[in-house]
Design a protein around this ligand. Structure first.
Ligand SMILES: Nc1ncnc2c1ncn2[C@@H]1O[C@H](COP(=O)(O)OP(=O)(O)OP(=O)(O)O)[C@@H](O)[C@H]1O
Ligand SMILES: [Mg+2]
Length: 454
């Protein structure tokens, strides 16, 4: 449990408040002004600050802002004289937990500290619960290969060792990296993902290490790089094999030393970052072909984690399907028929979990069935709206910004229009092709205001 920090410029008040708090069993620290208090916050573990608003050097409001910015978990109780009540009120608006008027009432002080402490405990507890909730439903799959993956995730989360995640597209590499972060001691720090493939060579240094204003033509303002942003957290280097060799050399140095300079900057910046890397390529092969540095490979590959392809673990398909179907059906209870499930399990899913997820999303949006038939699954697998299942995400990306009901309607309208056109607006033919009754199709055409020839 952390201490209570008293920031007040009057020595008498500091000493009295410290005594009162210690009598109540708290550990109390003191500081004579804002800058000294902020220094203490950096060094010590503090849960609650008792802050005088009227301070020399740096005003209480500014101190409060700095506390909120750098130590968001710390609760602040503001102490003000009668004349500065307005300031105390604005302090509460800025996120102070409470304010107490001078002269201090011991009882009031103790109650405020106790409540602030309770809130900060609650917050810690919430963060813990959130982590364990994510725990139970995040990575789906009870198959043996996934059991192995899960064990490795737990084990590596306990250490700070670098992890290299390999696996085909859509096998859940990024998901695994996030899980490791969430389960680790760094969970309250940032998780920063960098797509190394998307970074042009000319920008990679500034992306990773940041730059000072004016260090190159486009550098209009000072900017932090990804390494700095990930300080105290985890840096996820995605698609690591797609970095150019010069970029790999720079990466090697940063990963090795955890020190670097911003572009155009003088001082060396040191960071505390855990690195997790991922690739869908075979790095040994890339090394053999001279496209990947072996020394970087050894730096990154401390703990190898291979995500199995979905076709290697068809037993996970029912659970994944149920999970996605539930998620995309807005709470409505739906399931796959046995025949539909058999079809899903027999498919080899080259795009792995992502492809399955997109496919289920599509069915959830397009079909009205509560028990989804084998016919529906085969229908969308074979032809869908004329494209392969992997082609769907773009449209789905667009639709996913809408509410489910709106998305379903937007999709249904487009889908009907497409099929009507294909069959020359012949109701009977269209109805047969998409598997609805002509009367039903009529009703939908009316509902969506579709006109022949549109
Ligand atoms: N075991 C799983 N349980 C639940 N969802 C999963 C699982 N595996 C993957 N997903 C989901 O599938 C999608 C793809 O996963 P992710 O982005 O982690 O894959 P990836 O291996 O990084 O893919 P790529 O190589 O294409 O970048 C995500 O939406 C993710 O949440
Ligand atoms: Mg990925």
């Amino acid at each position: 449990m952390g201490a209570i920090l008293v920031i007040d410029d009057e020595p008498g008040i500091r000493a009295t408040v410290k005594d009162i708090l210690e009598d109540e069993g708290y550990e109390a620290l003191t500081a004579e002004d804002g800058p000294a208090g902020l220094e203490t916050l950096k060094r010590e573990s503090v849960d609650v600050v008792v802050l005088d608003v009227w301070l020399p050097r740096m005003g209480g409001i500014d101190v409060l802002k700095a506390i909120k910015a750098d130590h968001p978990a710390v609760e602040t109780i503001v102490v003000s004289g009668h004349a500065s009540i307005d300031m105390a009120v604005s302090a509460v608006k800025l996120g102070a937990f409470d304010f107490i008027e001078k002269p201090l009432s011991i009882e009031r002080l103790i109650t405020a500290v106790r409540n602030a402490r309770a809130l900060s405990d609650l917050r810690v507890e919430n963060a813990r619960l959130k982590r364990s909730a994510v725990d139970s439903d995040d990575i789906i799959g009870a198959s043996e290969p996934m059991g192995y993956v899960r064990d490795l995730i737990y084990q590596s989360a306990r250490s700070d060792a670098r992890v290299l995640i390999t696996g085909e597209n859509g096998t859940g590499k990024e998901l695994a990296a996030r899980r490791i972060h969430d389960l680790s001691e760094r969970a309250s720090g940032p998780f920063v993902a960098v797509n190394c493939a998307a970074m042009p060579d000319t920008l990679i240094e500034s992306e990773l290490f940041g730059h000072e204003k004016g260090s190159f033509t486009d550098a209009v303002a000072r900017r932090k790089g990804k390494f700095e942003t990930a300080h105290t957290g985890t840096l996820f280097l995605d698609e690591i094999a797609d970095m150019s060799l010069p970029a790999q050399a720079k990466m090697l140095r940063a990963v090795q030393e955890m020190r670097f300079e911003r572009l155009g900057g003088e001082s060396t910046i040191e960071v505390d970052v855990r690195v997790i890397a991922a690739t869908n390529k075979d790095l040994r092969q890339e090394i053999a072909a001279g496209r990947f540095r072996e020394d970087l490979y050894f730096r990154l590959n401390v703990i190898p984690l291979r995500m199995p392809a979905l076709r290697e673990r068809p037993d996970d398909i029912p659970e994944l399907t149920a999970f996605f179907l539930g998620r995309f059906s807005g709470g409505r209870a739906r399931r796959m028929s046995d025949e539909a499930m058999a079809t899903l399990k027999a498919h080899d899913w080259p795009g792995n979990v992502r492809e399955l997820k997109n496919f289920i999303e599509r069915i959830a949006v397009m079909s009205d069935e509560d028990v989804i038939s084998g016919e529906t699954v085969r229908h969308f697998m074979l032809k869908g709206d004329g494209s392969s299942p992997e082609a769907a995400p773009d449209r789905l990306d667009e639709l996913s910004n809408l509410r489910l009901s709106e998305a379903r309607e937007a999709f249904e309208r487009g889908y009907l229009l497409h099929n009507l056109r294909k069959h020359g607006y012949n109701i009977a033919k269209t109805a047969e092709a998409i598997g609805v009754y002509p009367s039903n199709l009529h009703a939908k055409i009316k509902k969506f205001g579709i006109e022949a020839g549109e």
